[in-house]
Design a protein around this ligand. Structure first.
Ligand SMILES: C[S@@+](CC[C@H](N)C(=O)[O-])C[C@H]1O[C@@H](n2cnc3c(N)ncnc32)[C@H](O)[C@@H]1O
Length: 266
């Protein structure tokens, strides 16, 4: 029996948090603080284009790239429906990204870099992204923090069950989260089941291994790919800058890492 939702429907209905406005506010605040003017923007792994379309609405020129044709088509049809000509979408694997060095800011929101568990992939991707930047350009990356939940004593192997009720469409997720004992990844095993119009669909496994990061790791990643950390934030909020990464104190609400990497050299 086929699944009741396409990838795009699943993604739009259940896959993204309602943070698009806040994320875009953060990016605009950051660019204002850096007197960046109105740089060309590159949305790395843009999905169905929620940030790209919003930034285009705010007047920026945006290019979104993603590996998923289906998601890009959805992004493009939204932009077209809204009549935005300052926004375009290109299919690309970030590992093979080749664009002119014409972007003042590139960004990757919603923890996409958790997917790049392999160091060769990660270094290749960062190198490719860097080469799309103008001199002095920046990459802004939102990722999960390894240390924040551990410092708060909150990261423990866990099982959960969630029910998302959308009337005639119900999604049930049963999952377990297990932190790797020797590396900064966790294993997320999920079984997802839909009920649509009273019909139960067979449960599907949706496992993932995801990477969580520390600031020290990003410092090294930046140095290896011709970039340096310029700022780190603990949330998508310009008032949440982490000015001392080695401090044992945190600000309430800091729960992730948002890194601003500046391109070095030519
Ligand atoms: C967690 S989603 C985030 C999407 C978007 N940034 C957002 O906030 O809605 C991750 C996205 O990364 C894309 N992706 C995964 N691996 C990729 C790769 N190697 N190159 C380009 N896109 C990739 C997926 O297709 C997916 O749309």
């Amino acid at each position: 029996m086929a699944q009741p939702l396409t990838d795009v429907e699943e993604y739009d209905q259940f896959g993204t948090p309602p943070t698009t406005q806040q994320d875009c506010d953060f990016l605009v605040d950051l660019m204002r603080r850096q007197n960046a003017g109105s740089p060309r923007l590159l949305d790395l792994a843009c999905g169905t284009g929620r940030h790209a379309v919003e930034m285009a609405k705010r007047g920026y020129d945006v290019t979104g790239v993603d590996i998923s044709e289906e998601r890009l088509q959805d992004a493009q049809s939204q932009a077209t429906k809204l009549g935005f000509t300052n926004c375009r979408f290109l299919k690309a694997d970030l590992r093979d990204l080749r664009l002119e060095p014409s972007f003042g800011y590139a960004y990757s929101f919603f923890n996409t870099f958790s997917l790049f568990v392999d160091n060769d992939d990660l270094l290749t991707i960062l190198g490719k992204c860097r080469s799309c930047l103008t001199e002095g350009g920046r990459i802004v990356i939102e990722v999960g923090s390894l240390w924040c939940p551990i410092a708060d004593g909150k990261f423990h192997n866990d099982s959960y069950e969630q029910k998302h009720d959308r009337g005639t469409l119900i999604r049930t997720v049963k999952g377990t989260l297990r932190l790797a004992r020797a590396n900064n990844v966790y294993r997320h095993d999920r079984v997802i089941q839909y009920r649509r119009d009273g019909v139960d669909y067979p449960p599907e496994d949706a496992p993932a291994t995801q990477r969580i990061y520390s600031i020290n790791e990003w410092d090294l990643l930046g140095r290896l790919t011709g970039m340096r950390i310029e700022h780190v934030f603990g949330a998508m909020d310009i008032t949440h800058e982490i000015t001392d990464p080695n401090s044992c104190d945190g600000k309430p609400g800091d729960h992730e890492l948002v890194l601003v990497l500046a391109r070095q050299g030519e």
